[in-house]
Design a protein around this ligand. Structure first.
Ligand SMILES: [Zn+2]
Length: 152
């Protein structure tokens, strides 16, 4: 089995390079693979050419192909349609947007790192532990908490 099969992976699409760098470094420190895209077209290209991500963090307002169009195309692509999307956006109507986009979660910008970690961990903690998948630091903390709780 290849290393990519057991490593959690994020695809992060945001036109702001500072946001991309900040979020990517947080998750790389958690041991995840992170690939980044500056717009919807780059994100689609990443899906086509790179290992499948666990989750897509998607900004909506991007020049070129925006997050709406990316999501529309992703949902029309059977092999990729089931990858959950977490919308990270500064748009005020972001919750409405998330419903329309069938997003797993919505985080308003400026995004809080602990919220971001919780959302990603909430997804990845359930993903393929039998494959020896690496768990996030947060996931291990939760596992230890529930293990000690069940002993009592
Ligand atoms: Zn994962």
């Amino acid at each position: 089995m290849s290393a990519t099969a057991t490593t959690h992976r994020l695809l992060l699409a945001d036109d702001d390079v500072h946001v991309r760098d900040a979020i990517a470094s947080v998750f790389r420190m958690e041991g995840m693979d992170v690939s980044t895209a500056a717009d919807g077209r780059e994100a689609l290209y990443a899906l086509r050419t790179e290992p499948r991500p666990c989750l897509i963090l998607l900004d909506l307002d991007m020049p070129g192909m925006d997050g709406w169009e990316f999501r529309r195309r992703q949902l029309l692509w059977p092999a990729m349609a089931t990858i959950p999307v977490v919308v990270v956006s500064g748009q005020p109507e972001v919750k409405v947007a998330a419903r329309a986009l069938e997003a797993r979660a919505v985080l308003a910008k400026p995004v809080k790192v602990d919220c971001l970690l919780r959302v990603v961990d909430g997804h990845c903690a359930h993903a393929g532990p039998e494959a020896g998948a690496r768990r996030l630091r947060l996931a291990r903390t939760h596992a230890q908490t529930s293990a000690s709780a069940s002993r009592n």
